[in-house]
Design a protein around this ligand. Structure first.
Ligand code: F3S
Length: 396
């Protein structure tokens, strides 16, 4: 990969240890993928934030980058706990102290301690066509597909490296030719509830090949929340990182494979998930907010809870970003939910929180990404249910 003389000097260590290490990562990545050069980025979203995912080695590595500073707006993925209310979540003190050190290390590097998988709802909102370096698969799909920014699906180290250097290798989804759809999916039913969009995304991820670019056509109802649900589940089960859609102003590809999505496929997709019909009487936690809940989603949940109370034997945990939380708090939504026994947590991802070591066993969720990660990362039994059923399981 071609490097400018400035980039060569970074690689030789003339701009400090952290920048040198970051440049080494970018050069290795660029060489691996045949990138021609590095290009400037305007924002980064950094993964590898929870102590569950990076452990002591990751923490030590972060703390070794003392002389570094990010060059662009950089936000963080969720941590393994609410950074203030971790005791309330039952997080052990050892875990919490390591988690706080991780956030402090990122903050020293200049990354903003905005720990969310919806950075676009929290001030990190890239514009059309700009190059960015985002980790967090659901946010990557949202950025590429809805915002039309350009990013590969970065890992934690590569997103951090790009943030520190302010550049990323030019390959993959930074190139327009790799963003063109080759499979069209006609939606033959009226989807309405967000959980149905989660099923659509999951089915796309399971059905298409990893280098396919789907073109979704015929969605009658769509908004930010529904698009984030599609992207999250699609990316949970495949490495696809972009879709196009007629309702997003994309042009239909001239020749492509054609598939359709109808009610029987929707039902089939749900019915073929293992263990979804498990007895809901054994549920001990209901988690909503994967990806983090928007203001409107919190409002809808508050409405669903009206006149009900969360059961004593089930926890209802809702996850959102600090930005959304503070507006929801001002609007009285947080107190409405918490006054009937629900909890609204910030900063955290339930799949990355140490839930099974705290003692939780069975989780119900309306997100197929959480359903998937809850069982494969968090070691829980997980049940997928429509949002309203999740609320009814948790309350009466
Ligand atoms: Fe966010 Fe965790 Fe889901 S990072 S998208 S809440 S798995």
């Amino acid at each position: 990969m071609y490097l400018s003389s400035y980039e060569e000097r970074i690689l030789k260590g003339e701009y400090g240890y952290a920048k040198q290490k970051a440049m080494e990562i970018l050069v290795a990545l660029g060489d691996l993928y045949g990138a021609e050069k590095l290009i400037p980025i305007s924002s980064a979203q950094i993964a590898g934030v929870s102590y569950t995912s990076i452990g002591d080695e990751g923490l030590e590595w972060l703390e070794s980058l003392m002389d570094g500073q990010v060059e662009v707006l950089s936000t963080l993925n969720p941590a393994g706990m609410d950074l203030d209310r971790w005791r309330d979540m039952g997080i052990p003190i050892d875990y919490a102290s390591k988690q706080i050190r991780i956030i402090e290390a990122y903050s020293r590097l200049g990354a903003l301690p905005v720990c969310t998988c919806t950075p676009y709802l929290s001030g990190n909102l890239p514009t059309y066509g700009c190059h960015i370096a985002w980790a967090e698969s659901s946010a990557v799909v949202f950025a590429n597909s809805v915002l039309k920014a350009k990013t590969n699906r970065e890992g934690g180290p590569s997103a951090l490296a790009a943030a520190i250097v302010g550049r990323t290798p030019l390959y993959g989804l930074h190139l327009d030719e790799n963003r063109i759809s080759n499979v069209s999916i006609r939606i033959e039913i009226d989807l309405t509830d967000t959980w149905e969009y989660s099923v659509l995304g999951f089915w796309i991820g399971r059905t298409l090949k990893m280098d396919d670019v789907p073109f979704i056509e015929g969605l009658k109802t769509y908004d930010t929340d529904r698009f984030k649900a599609i992207g999250a589940s699609m990316a949970s089960i495949s490495s696809m990182s972009i879709f196009n859609a007629d309702v997003l102003g994309d042009s239909r590809p001239e020749s492509c494979e054609k598939l359709s999505f109808d009610r029987s496929i929707l039902m089939d997709t749900i019915e073929t998930l293992p263990d979804t019909s498990m007895d809901k009487g054994c549920v001990d936690i209901v988690c909503l907010g994967c990806p983090h809940l928007s203001l409107w989603e919190l409002k809808v949940i508050a409405n669903l809870l009206r006149g009900r109370r969360v059961r004593k034997d089930v926890n209802l945990w809702l996850f959102t970003s600090r930005a959304v939380y503070s507006v929801a708090e001002k609007c009285g939504i947080v107190s409405e939910i918490e006054s009937v026994g629900g909890k609204v947590y910030r900063d955290a991802c339930p799949a990355l929180a140490p839930l099974s070591s705290i003692g939780y066993k069975v989780m119900v969720t309306d997100s197929l990404k959480m359903w998937f990660y809850g069982r494969h990362l968090a070691g829980l039994e997980t049940i997928f249910s429509p949002t309203i059923d999740c609320i009814y399981v948790a309350s009466r």
